[in-house]
Write a protein of this length. Structure first.
Length: 368
């Protein structure tokens, strides 16, 4: 069966979601501008994981190889193609910089104003946008086959790209999430943020693969390989977050404990259970069992739960620092940006279909 009708339905649904989301965001920005900036920040931080994980996986494959790329290449390419929108989507949030970060007004006693200042923040954001889009261009257009990595003579570029990606995402996590409450510091937090972004992007790519698995001999094996990678990534993410909590609990320092107190009480406790239990524990149990990694329905359900958990995690990391959050604004911000991301993702997959029509022995054929 041709995927075109499904793609057309997805296109129309994404347009509808984008329109409704933007309308809701416009109303929210008028009624509650600070709430809109905070809600949009959560949406930006969630969807950014899609292209970041796509770039990371392409660069990793350049260095390690793996047959799974035969099946993953189209979806990974579509994920990487969303990088311009995902990176520039921070602008609507950062217009309200003063509503997001208390250090904009330099409260007394803040020692690191040499780093936490508006000029430096904007300059670093621009550097991240340029660097990540250059890496995305390299991941999309560097000479490599559909199933084969880049030529060994050029693999050093992929290695350098991975190092740059790791360092830049670490500083971005400090800028955009950790500095919401600058009195709190955790050296493991950038790794937590990076793992969360990787899990988000891989879960979306694997969801697309599970919903439209090509009928070739090894495709189900490739899906199982990617599901195993997702299981490992979810486990690492959970381990890092738990270790940060244990270290803070054992240290029992006055500058660290207040960061956790609101996040472990009230409604935020339920969000934590949604993120850690339903969005991490359940998918891990599903993906731990080898036979379930070969079942499309099981893999798709696990990916959906992971995505729900990562969205909840972004709100849990950011919003407790502010007044009670406008949940309806968080929902419409997630939907608005998600609609735009799906449109770009879908368009990239359509371009891949057109390329297949011109290349009879490309991915998806009986020789794939």
């Amino acid at each position: 069966m041709s995927p075109r009708p499904a793609r057309q339905r997805t296109h129309l649904a994404a347009l509808a979601v984008l329109g409704l989301g933007l309308l809701g965001c416009a109303v929210g920005a008028i009624l509650d501008a600070p709430g809109f900036f905070r809600a949009w920040l959560c949406g930006f931080l969630f969807w950014l994981g899609v292209p970041l994980a796509g770039v990371a996986l392409v660069l990793v494959h350049d260095l390690s190889g793996g047959a799974w790329m035969t099946t993953a290449r189209p979806a990974l390419g579509a994920a990487v193609a969303t990088m311009p929108l995902a990176t520039l989507a921070g602008i609507p949030a950062f217009v309200g910089l003063g509503a997001l970060y208390g250090w904009v007004h330099a409260p007394p006693g803040l020692a690191n104003t040499w780093y936490l200042n508006s000029g430096g923040f904007v300059a670093r954001y621009a550097a991240y946008v340029v660097l990540w889009n250059l890496l995305a261009a390299f991941a999309l257009w560097a000479p490599r086959g559909r199933a084969t990595p880049i030529a060994p003579a050029l693999s050093w570029l992929s290695g350098v790209g991975l190092v740059l990606l790791a360092f830049s995402t670490s500083f971005a996590a400090i800028d955009w999430m950790l500095s919401v409450e600058p009195s709190f510091w955790s050296s493991i937090f950038p790794m937590i943020a990076g793992a969360g972004w990787f899990v988000t992007g891989l879960a979306l790519v694997l969801l697309v693969i599970a919903l439209a698995l090509p009928e070739i001999v090894d495709a189900r094996n490739h899906m199982a390989d990617l599901a195993a990678i997702l299981f490992a990534a979810v486990a690492v993410d959970a381990y890092l977050e738990f270790m940060q909590f244990v270290i803070v609990w054992e240290g029992n320092l006055a500058r660290e404990i207040p960061w956790y107190l609101p996040r472990l009480s009230g409604g935020w406790r339920a969000v934590l259970w949604l993120s850690g239990g339903l969005g991490c524990g359940v998918p891990a149990l599903v993906l731990l069992w080898a036979p379930s990694r070969r079942r499309r329905a099981a893999v798709a359900a696990a990916c959906l739960l992971v995505l729900l958990g990562r969205a909840a995690d972004k709100t849990w990391l950011v919003l407790p620092a502010y007044a009670p959050p406008p949940w309806w604004l968080v929902a419409v911000a997630m939907l608005a940006l998600g609609g735009g991301m799906v449109l770009l993702f879908n368009a990239a997959l359509r371009r891949h279909d057109a390329l297949l029509a011109m290349r009879p022995f490309a991915w998806g054929s009986r020789h794939g």
